[in-house]
Design a protein around this ligand. Structure first.
Ligand code: ADP
Length: 168
């Protein structure tokens, strides 16, 4: 069973098995949550990321967490919002592919930031709908796998949106 939670705060502080990074396709660091994760993890994270050969939009790759309290970082690349239908699929796939990777690595607690809703411009309300659907669908299909899934909201608006969706 999945236990889905909504929390407010800085994802780099969470003691979970894995935190998800809203990375860019180079996996070589950026601003926003990506920058915060690299700063907190230390330079070894970038060194490991350099070996991965980038990541396509909607896909996910895993590294160790180094100096983070989290044991692993799952790097996924959200869509740059364009208003086309593929945005929805790409964002949905970020969550599902991250959760598949988590399951395949015996990860039982994972925290997500609100992928693509910063610099990549995805409207926060639409992104909350897509991501909650992706997580709910995945949980329904993987009901025999025990995992705590946290939506880690950095801003008040995201926190409100996810609390409304999950009624918490
Ligand atoms: P993207 O390029 O995918 O839009 P950003 O990092 O610009 O990624 O923003 C994605 C989301 O991450 C935004 O909603 C932003 O508020 C949030 N965010 C920024 N820093 C943190 C952090 N330390 N912990 C959790 N979420 C964060």
């Amino acid at each position: 069973m999945a236990d889905i939670r909504v929390e407010k705060g800085d994802i780099t502080q969470l003691s979970v098995d894995a935190i998800v990074n809203a990375a860019n396709s180079t996996l070589l660091g950026g601003g926003g949550v990506d920058g915060a994760i690299h700063r907190a993890a230390g330079p070894e994270l970038l060194a490991e990321c350099r070996t991965l050969g980038g990541c396509r939009t909607g896909e996910a790759k895993i590294t160790k967490g180094y100096k983070l309290p989290a044991r692993y970082v799952i790097h996924t690349v959200g869509p740059i919002y364009s208003g086309s239908e593929s945005d929805t699929d790409d964002l949905y796939n970020c969550y599902v592919n991250s959760l598949n990777l988590a399951r395949d690595n015996d990860i039982h607690s994972i925290a997500f930031p609100s992928i693509s809703t910063g610099v990549y411009g995805y409207p926060k309300d639409e992104a909350a709908e897509v991501s909650s659907k992706a997580v709910n669908d995945w949980a329904a299909e993987n009901s025999s796998y025990d995992i705590e899934i946290i939506f880690c909201c950095f801003d008040d608006r995201s926190y409100e949106l996810y609390r409304e969706i999950f009624n918490v």
